[in-house]
Structure formats: structure tokens, C-alpha cells
Design a protein around this ligand. Sequence first.
Ligand SMILES: [Fe+2]
Ligand SMILES: [Fe+2]
Length: 340
Amino acid sequence: MYTQSFSVADGDKPRGPKAAPAPLSADEQAREDAFDARIADDGRIEPRDWMPDAYRKTLVRQISQHAHSEIVGMLPEGNWISRAPSLKRKAILIAKVQDEGGHGLYLYSAAETLGTSRDEMLAALHSGRAKYSSIFNYPTLNWADVGVIGWLVDGAAIMNQIPLCRCSYGPYARAMVRVCKEESFHQRQGYEALLVMMRGTAEQRAMVQDAVNRWWWKCLAMFGPPDDNSPNSALGMKWGIKRISNDELRQKFVDATVPQAKVLGVTLPDPDLKWNEARGHYDYGAIDWDEFWATVNGNGPCNKERLNTRVKAWNEGAWVREAALAHAEKQAQRKLKEAA
Ligand SMILES: [Fe+2]
Ligand SMILES: [Fe+2]
């Protein structure tokens, strides 16, 4: 999951006691009623529509966290582009990593429609204030990690993002439609790469199993804390931003993944994983939430490295942004001259 905003707040300033809200005027009340009615009717809210401040803020936080996750998510796999085992795998991996950059762009654009600039969002990321999905704070140790990220991390992202195609905020929902199509390719290419390795040597099969062992629990944690420990989820649900709870999404992911693991021939590293006939779902063991929160709070194995890489790329790309702006300015001047 790339969007933990209902469970994981950005590192905002400390909150003091809130002033009592001023009573609404008749006009304000009418606007709020119209907004509530549209949400209740499963309608879409568009950038020019009136919306409550809290709805706007929640969306900016969610969409920008999601955008940051996409571009930080390019790093663990980008690390393997120069070491892919064949030209075919290299071409697939380059395409996938570029897709993630594209997802970041759609999402920053969607967030900008809410009145927050891309520069502001990136400044929050670079200062360490903004969060992104913690899954990207773990290292990719061998080639099988690339396959497992496609299969499990992108697989978990799809589970989370398909319901977002029906999100109440129009630009976010529309961006998600294309993102989900591309995520589906990401998931399949990862699974296919693993299938090929599992038909290879004993050493290759051991690499796949090792990668699955290292990523499985982190992928379950990607869906965020249990529902009873995710206080803002209810608000997200009420506003039609979040459609399915963390625990429900996690269960859907487990149920879908267990049969895929069987076909692949790997064991999922959970002795408590078993089919529960009465529930009609797989039961699974306890997730290590201490590790999850330690990583969210900056103490995972790669937090510093990921952030430093992003900041370095931003600084070293300054001349490109300046050149693009100068070029655009020149074009605009030329058009003006031609029109005169
Ligand atoms: Fe993506
Ligand atoms: Fe992806």
C-alpha cells in the first residue's frame, strides 16, 4: 500500500488545543449540505467545487504521500537495472521503474489541483516531514527481490488502489484507473520472473524463497495498522476516500496470494497461515508492528539512504528545471512576437 495517510500522519507541528469552530452562516451551511449530499450520493468532487478544509487537507496528505511513495519506490528496483540478468529483463525493469515515475507525476498533478504546489510537497519530502510507504525502506539484496517486489509489493498496491478508482475526489480517482492498469503489468512481470527462476537451479529456487521470506511480513504491514488502531480511517470512509478497511484489504491480499504461492512452489513464512473453513478466509499470524513503526519513524535499514538519494537527485536536477523554464519562457516570447 502506498497510502498510509489515515494511519500514519506526516511529521507535522505539535498540535495545541483547538479553538471552538465559529457557527456557520446560512450560505456556508448550504454549501456543506450540498457537499455531504453529493458524497452520500456517491458523486464526485471536482477541483472547483467547494469542499471542507479538512477534506482538502486529508486529500493533499494522502495523495502526496502516495506520490512520494511512487518516486521513492523507483529506488530499490532502479538499483538492479544495471545488473538485470538479460536484455529482456532489463527492458521490462526500465519500463516498470519509468511507470512508477509516471505514477508520481499523475499524483503530484492531482494533488496540485487542491492548491498545494509540487515544490511544497517535495520540500516536505526532502526535509523528512512527509511520509511515504515504509516498504521502500528495505534493501533489495538479490535479483529475486525484484521479482518478489513485483509479485507482492505491486500486488498489495493493486489491492489498495483498485478501490481508490472509486474515490470521491475526481482527479485522484481518474489517475488511479491508469495506475492500476500499469500495476497489473508490474505484478505479472514479477510473478513471471519468479516462475522462471523456480524452474531453474536449486540455487535460484533458494534465492526466491529467501526473498519471499524477507518480504512477506513487510507486505502484510503495508496495509497499515489494524482497524481498531487506525483512528482516522472512519473519516476517510465517511468521505468516500477510503472504501475498504486496512484489515479487509490485508485479508483479501492473503487470500489471493496463498494460491499463487502454491503454483510458484514457495512457502510463505508463517506457521499460523491456514484455511479457516468457518470464516471462508485464511488465518495468519501476528504482524510485528514495532518494526513497522520503527521504520515509519525513520529507523528502517534504508530510510536515510532513500532520502539522501532523492535530495541529491533534486539538487543535481536543478539545472534541468531551470533550462526547461528558460526554454518555455523563450517559446512564449516568440509566440507573443509572432502574434504582434
Ligand atoms: Fe506505481
Ligand atoms: Fe508498481
